[in-house]
Every structure is written in C-alpha cells, then in structure tokens.
Ligand binder design. Structure first.
Ligand code: CMC
Length: 446
C-alpha cells in the first residue's frame, strides 16, 4: 500500500505560547488554514472538514488511527495514562461504588441519578425485560449449534419487525422507548440464545431480581431446579457489565454510528454493532483468550507461545494483550483481575490452572522487551473469560455477554449522534489505486 499523501506537503501547527488555533497545510503551491478545536481533555483536533472543498485533496487514515470521527461528551480515554472516564467519573470508582444500571443512566442521560430517578429508571428497564412471545418462534428457526452471536445479530435486527412503535428516530419518545427496550431485553436475548444452544427451555425474566441476577438466573435455571443466585457472583457479573459498558469510538460503536448516520432504526444499528463486536480483534477476544490459555495449558509452555507471538512470520498474537488506545495498563483489566481472584476464591478454585497460566503469562510478557517496547499490556478481555468460565458460561457466551454490556454504550452514542442537528451521513472517501477507465472487451476477445 502506498504511503499516505504526506510526501506532497506538510501539516504544521503554529508554535505559539497559547494553544494553537489554526494549523496550516501546505502542499504544491497551496496553503490551507485549518481550524483547531481544543477538547475538554485529550489532544487538540485539526478540523479538516473543508479540506476537499478548499484544496481538492483527501486525508488518508485507514484504521482511523489519527482521526476523530465525531465529537462526544460520553466517554474519555487517556491511553498513555491508563485513564477511562464515563461522563467524567473514573471507571475504578464506578466499578467499586456504583452498579450497572446506575452507570447506564449516567451514560444515557449524562449525570448520576438521584434516588428517585434511579428507582424510576430501574422500574422502566425492569418493565421491558420480556420478549414478544412470537420471538420464541424466531429463536427456534436457528440451528441448535448456531453461535449465540449469530443468534443475537439476527434476533436484535428482527426487533425492528416486532417493535414498530419504537423505530421512528425523529420521535424522542420512540427513541427513549427503543433505548430502554434494548437495554432491558438484551440479557433475555443472550440468555435465550444460550438456552437454545443447550436444548433447555427458555426461562422468562423475573422482575424482582436485579439486572445481573436476573441474567444469571435466565441462563442457569431449569424447570426442575430453580437457580439460587449467589450475591458475590451476581456482583461479579454486574462488574463485568459495568467494565464493558462503553469505550468511546471503538470499532463496534463506530459501526453503530455509521449505520445510524443513514437514519437506520435503532435495532438495525445495534445489530450492526453486535456483528462488528463478534470479531476476535474486538469483543471476540475474550473467547479467543480463554481458548489460547487452555491451549497453552501449563506455565512451562508459555515461552513457546511468547516466542510465537513475537515471530513476524507467525500470525499468532497473545489474545487479551494490546490495545489501539491503551499504551499503558487498561484500567478495566486491573479491576477484572481482582474480580477473577474474588470469584475463584469464592468458588474454592483459586488454584485454577488457567488462572495460574494467565498470571504467569502476564508476568513473563510484561518483563519481555517486545511487549514493553510496543507497550502491550493485558486488556479487559485477559481475565474476563476466566471469571465467566468459573461461573459456568461456555466460551461461546463470552462475546454475547460483552454485547449485553456494551448495548448501553452503543445506545448512548447512537442517541448523541442522532440528536445532532448537523448530522451528516458517514461517507468516507478513498485512495483509489485501481485501473483507470478502459473499454469493455467482449468475452470471445479476452
Ligand atoms: N500479541 C503480539 N503482538 C502484538 C499484539 C499481541 N496481542 N498486539 C499488537 N502486537 C504488535 C503487532 O504485531 C504490531 O507489531 P509491529 O509494529 O512490529 O508490526 C504492534 O504490536 C502494533 O499492533 P497493531 O496491530 O498495529 O495495533 P492495533 O492498535 O492496530 O491493534 C489490537 C490493537 C487490540 C487489535 C491488537 O493489539 C490485537 O490484535 N490484540 C489481540 C486481540 C485482543 O486482545 N483484542 C481485544 C482488545 S480490548 C477489547 C475490545 O476493545 O474489544
């Protein structure tokens, strides 16, 4: 692939005492002034929106490594310092002092709720946990061995066929109902995808249980024996939801935003987000990480896998390691590691060989120059799979659980985007390297 068109010119910022307000791009005989926006936190942003109109050039940034695709007030990450804030609140405080539904309220509405607002919000979510009964037939159309993520993409997309009264995005009431429905129904959808895959009857939600306990019960209860939810496991589940609730403009969130920029209905947009989350470089990493830890098996095999991860000719990567934004510890991973210790101790399996392998792998990798130089640290997915496995979830359910948690982030970002009166359809341009125009040749002459 050709280099970015940097060679044609240079982008320079005014070196002033005050924060620079304008950047000047010069190339050929052209010089273009571009405004600079200062965020409340994070690096300044050069506004290139008028660049094509003024200069007849595009910028080139596949993978969006240097591009802010939107402005947002929801989540802030400082990847160098290992900071993650939701509406300004550090994730460590939210994980230890708050709980998932309160964080949902914070992400959706911008402030922590007072007691009455929280009660009302919890009530509204609880009232929407059931699925339209006809959706059961929809589940039954899938093969039993379908991956639960395939089922979730299909069922969430199909919600637009079941809930017509909340697909008009120009109506604030419908937007609100769609948001609550998605947050409320996602645990039921994920639990039913699981139940269907193991051939057990679907378990209806129970509104006297909190969000995490209700999800655990819908997954593990059977008609012959009701599942009694252990509060420590429920707390750990809630924390996993909280830690995954939002993460700024990651791949699946950007997918949701791009889908919504065309005016697509919220259920279609969230289905697009689920599809993107599925990949092993994103939400699928938690499943891939546990598979990798199991494959490594025992600590003595770690050096072999570390060598493979460092080998340029081997596509193997340490799953659960590295992050596009964090070039320091992922703050979510620190909380997740503590949670793994707590859950495994509670279950009396603290000497779990997978946990031991994970800890040893982390220790060895963090002492290795390759990982240190490239600033590769364990990410949120490194320990989450161990907790979910200990709770009794099969690996195929790890990413659906991530999807349940991330739904509020997707919805909050979707709401923010469609509330913008300046919203334009997302339409990137390209660096075209294909053939120039040529004449069609009949098949007998080729
Ligand atoms: N193991 C070994 N080498 C790695 C790894 C890894 N896990 N991650 C990155 N590298 C190397 C990579 O080979 C490259 O080396 P070089 O510069 O010599 O070519 C360098 O580090 C930079 O990697 P990159 O792929 O250019 O970085 P990225 O920002 O595009 O990718 C990532 C970020 C998360 C996709 C990548 O680190 C990765 O594939 N990690 C494993 C998958 C994973 O755990 N994903 C979950 C991310 S957190 C949850 C979520 O957001 O969904």
């Amino acid at each position: 692939m050709a280099d970015a068109p940097e060679s044609k010119g240079k982008l320079s910022m005014a070196d002033d005492q005050k924060p620079p307000q304008v950047a000047t791009l010069s190339y050929g005989d052209k010089q273009i002034e571009l405004p600079i926006h200062s965020p409340t936190a994070g690096p300044d942003v050069i506004d290139i929106r008028k660049l094509y109109a003024q200069g007849d050039v595009f910028t080139y940034d596949p993978g969006f490594t240097s591009t802010a695709a939107c402005d947002s007030t929801i989540t802030f990450i400082d990847g160098n310092e290992g900071v993650l804030l939701h509406r300004g609140y550090p994730i460590e405080q939210l994980a230890s002092k708050s709980h998932f539904l309160e964080v949902c309220y914070l992400l959706l509405y911008g402030e922590l709720p007072n007691a009455a607002q929280l009660e009302d919000f919890e009530h509204r979510v609880t009232q929407h946990t059931m699925l339209h009964e006809q959706m059961m037939n929809f589940f039954r159309g899938f093969r039993r061995d379908a991956h639960p993520m395939a089922v979730m993409v299909g069922v969430v997309g199909a919600m637009s066929a079941f809930y017509h009264d909340s697909t008009d995005i120009s109506d604030p009431w419908q937007r609100e109902v769609a948001s609550i429905r998605l947050i409320a129904k996602m645990p039921t959808i994920a639990a039913w995808a699981y139940k269907y895959s193991v051939g057990q009857p679907f378990v209806y939600p129970r509104n006297d249980l909190d969000y995490a306990s209700n999800f655990l019960r819908m997954c593990f209860s059977v008609p012959a024996e009701d599942y009694v939810v252990n509060p420590i496991l429920s707390r750990a589940m809630d924390r996993i939801f909280t830690l995954h609730a939002d993460h700024e403009q990651n791949a699946s969130t950007s997918t949701v935003r791009l889908a919504s920029s065309s005016g697509a209905n919220p259920f279609a947009c969230i289905a697009a987000g689920i599809a993107c989350l599925w990949g092993p470089a994103h939400g699928g990493a938690n499943q891939a990480c546990l598979e990798m830890l199991r494959e490594i098996g025992t600590p003595d095999k770690i050096p072999e896998y570390i060598a493979r991860a460092k080998d340029k000719d081997d596509p193997f990567r340490l799953m659960g390691f590295g992050h596009r934004v964090y070039k320091n510890h992922d703050p979510r991973a620190t909380v997740m590691k503590q949670s793994a210790d707590e859950v495994l101790e509670l279950l009396g399996i603290e000497d779990n060989p997978t946990l031991q392998t994970a800890k040893e792998l982390e220790r060895i990798a963090l002492e290795d120059d390759y990982f240190r130089d490239k600033k590769l640290f364990p990410n949120v997915d490194f320990y989450s799979g161990i907790i979910l496995d200990a709770m009794g979830f099969p690996q195929a359910m790890f990413t659906p659980i991530f999807a349940v948690a991330r739904t509020v982030g997707w919805i909050s970002q979707w709401k923010e985007q469609i509330s913008d009166p300046q919203l334009k359809i997302g339409r990137p341009r390209q660096l075209y390297l294909g053939e120039t125009e040529r004449d069609y040749v009949n098949v007998e002459n080729r």
